[in-house]
Write a protein that binds this ligand. Structure first.
Ligand SMILES: Cc1ncc(C[n+]2csc(CCOP(=O)(O)OP(=O)(O)O)c2C)c(N)n1
Ligand SMILES: [Mg+2]
Length: 552
């Protein structure tokens, strides 16, 4: 449970700490961090995330993060406090009806007024959140409904959307798509986050390999084909999208990231197929040559059984050459000695230090765009960007959740200096809860991704500068973490080694590691000798690179 305290929700805390086993409670410094952490929990573990927020401002502070979960199809349950019914209309503290506000960005939002139905409502919230197409659900409880007591039957805990309940897409539609694929000369398969969230990553990889399909991976599907896989052509997306004659998009919306569903040469547009986990998220804004809605794993299995490989023999090799050319073109920047530090050099150093199961999180503008290009994950579900809502401020919440979800993996947060301002206070949460993560802040003293476009349009910019050289590392140190400033390229590698990207756990003797993990799990780490265990908290190094586009 991610939360920030308020009297309206004390009974939920009381329930959490007295439960057997207790529910771990992580209290944060801003409600958006609580909900971002719940969202990241859902996106990383595919189990639902839970945030509890107090009435009024607790709920309103959570709205951007709930919206982010809405855009990302992340199964998140947000439980809210609410002013009491018996005083409603008389102006009780924080009295407001949250439901209309949340209704637009949740699968369902409602108030449970009946104390004997609170348990069933919570259960229902999780069920709705987890049913494809997944998303956030909000339920609030008037004060007296949760402070009072009631006897209630707990509903049988049948988790929704288990494999046996998976609903296959219409067989006729799948057969039609298989025909299109067999006839295609230049096919491309695009995999999106729902491939991961729908546990279809193995089936998707099998289908790509069996049919020799060039793959472009988006969001959390990045890593379904590991970094370096011969069919992974994400780095050749312009060529792939520009010349394809068939694009099959599975588990992602046909939004701005995918050219709104318009591919292929202008005079000969590609046929487009959209495959989604639910009919209500199938694209309606562009012509589709085929579509299918249902379990994505079953879809890929059926596709392999029915389609044949018919592509031009030179299609894949051309894309592979374009990938190789892009990678070769990266090399100089990855090793750049430019001062101020070029952001790509940071990734050059980081790539040498990352394990295959590292969780990499991006929160920022240009600094993170570079990361998206250069950090290609080896496993699915290990890359977290904000997704199509593009909300800055996800960073610290996502990082806290990643450390909890993957207790022995590297967790690296890539943070713009602008983005840092929206959540860095939650470094305090990492410290208090002993959640060691590495934060790399790309400090260019600017809202870089906005500064350059404003200049391009108007010839000048306003509201785009931050104070140059602000010591975000000292902010983290003041909050009890560790931090250092890096200003020269040669300092980056050694700084990353000092940060000990590798979580300290694997290096420990076995029994100590077990004790550490169990303590981490039960939130008792503070009682262990952190120094001896080598816990490194919230480390930050701040490479400098130039504003005004000099870093590009
Ligand atoms: C909550 C929110 N506010 C504003 C924006 C618009 N925005 C997108 S990128 C960006 C600049 C980010 O700056 P920084 O984190 O320093 O990264 P840089 O581009 O400088 O590398 C802004 C302001 C946004 N996406 N989200
Ligand atoms: Mg910046």
């Amino acid at each position: 449970m991610f939360t920030l305290s308020g009297g309206h929700v004390f009974p939920l805390y009381d329930g959490a700490v007295k439960a057997d086993p207790p529910l771990r409670l992580v209290d944060v410094r801003h409600e958006q961090t609580a909900v971002f952490a719940a969202e990241a929990t859902a996106r990383l573990t595919r189990a639902p995330g839970l945030a509890v927020v107090t009435a009024g401002p607790g709920v309103t502070n959570s709205v951007s993060a709930v919206t982010s979960a809405w855009f990302n199809g992340a199964p998140v349950v947000v439980l809210g406090g609410r002013a009491p019914d018996y005083l409603w209309g008389q102006g009780a503290l924080q009295e407001m009806d949250h439901v209309p506000l949340l209704a637009a960005v949740t699968k369902r939002a409602w108030t449970e007024h009946d104390k004997s139905r609170v348990a069933a409502s919570v259960d229902e919230a999780f069920r709705i959140a987890l049913t494809p197409h997944r998303g956030p659900v909000f339920c609030d409880f008037p004060l007296e409904a949760i402070y009072d007591q009631a006897e209630a039957e707990l509903p049988a805990g049948e988790p929704p959307a288990t494999a046996s309940q998976a609903r296959s897409a219409d067989p006729g539609e799948i057969a039609g798509i298989a025909k299109l694929l067999t006839a295609a000369r230049r096919p491309v398969l695009v995999l999106g986050s729902d491939v991961w969230l729908g546990r279809a990553e193995v089936a998707a990889r099998r289908a790509a390999e069996a049919l020799r399909l060039p793959v472009i991976a988006n969001g959390q599907a990045r890593g379904v084909l590991p970094h370096g896989h011969e069919l992974l052509v994400t780095r050749a997306r312009s060529l792939a999208f520009g010349e394809a004659d068939l694009v099959i998009v599975a588990g992602a919306p046909l939004d701005f990231r995918l050219r709104y569903g318009s591919f292929g040469p202008k005079d000969q547009p590609a046929k487009v197929v959209h495959v989604a986990d639910s009919p209500d998220v199938l694209a309606g804004h562009c012509p589709l040559a085929g579509s299918a809605a249902g379990d994505l794993g079953l879809f890929f299995a059926a596709l392999v059984a029915q389609a044949r490989q018919g592509a031009d023999p030179d299609w894949l090799p051309r894309l592979q050459s374009a990938v190789q050319a892009a990678l070769a073109a990266d090399a100089p920047l990855l090793a750049s000695d430019a001062e101020p530090v070029h952001p790509v050099r940071v990734y050059g150093e980081l790539l040498k230090a990352l394990d295959d199961d590292a969780v990499v999180i991006g929160d920022g503008g240009d600094f993170v765009s570079f990361a998206g290009r250069h950090v290609e994950p080896s496993k699915p579900g290990r890359w977290l960007d904000p997704g199509p809502f593009g909300c800055l401020g996800t960073g610290l919440g996502y990082a806290a959740a990643a450390r909890l979800a993957h207790s022995s993996a590297q967790v690296v947060l890539l943070l713009g200096d602008g983005a840092a301002g929206l959540s860095l206070m939650d470094a305090d949460t990492l410290v208090r809860h002993n959640l060691p993560v590495a934060i790399i802040c790309g400090n260019n003293g600017a809202w870089g991704l906005e500064k350059q476009p404003m200049r391009a349009v108007y010839g000048y910019d306003v509201a785009a500068d931050l104070r140059p050289g602000t010591r975000y590392d000292e902010v983290v140190r003041a909050l009890g973490g560790a931090g250092e400033l890096v200003t020269a390229p040669a300092q980056i590698g050694p700084a990353l080694r000092r940060v000990r990207l590798r979580c300290p756990v694997p290096g420990q003797r076995h029994h100590r590691r077990r004790r550490y993990l169990s303590a981490l799990h039960h939130g008792r780490l503070a009682s262990l000798p952190a120094g001896r265990l080598g816990v490194y908290l919230g480390a930050i190094c701040a490479p400098m690179y130039a504003p005004n586009g000099a870093s590009r």
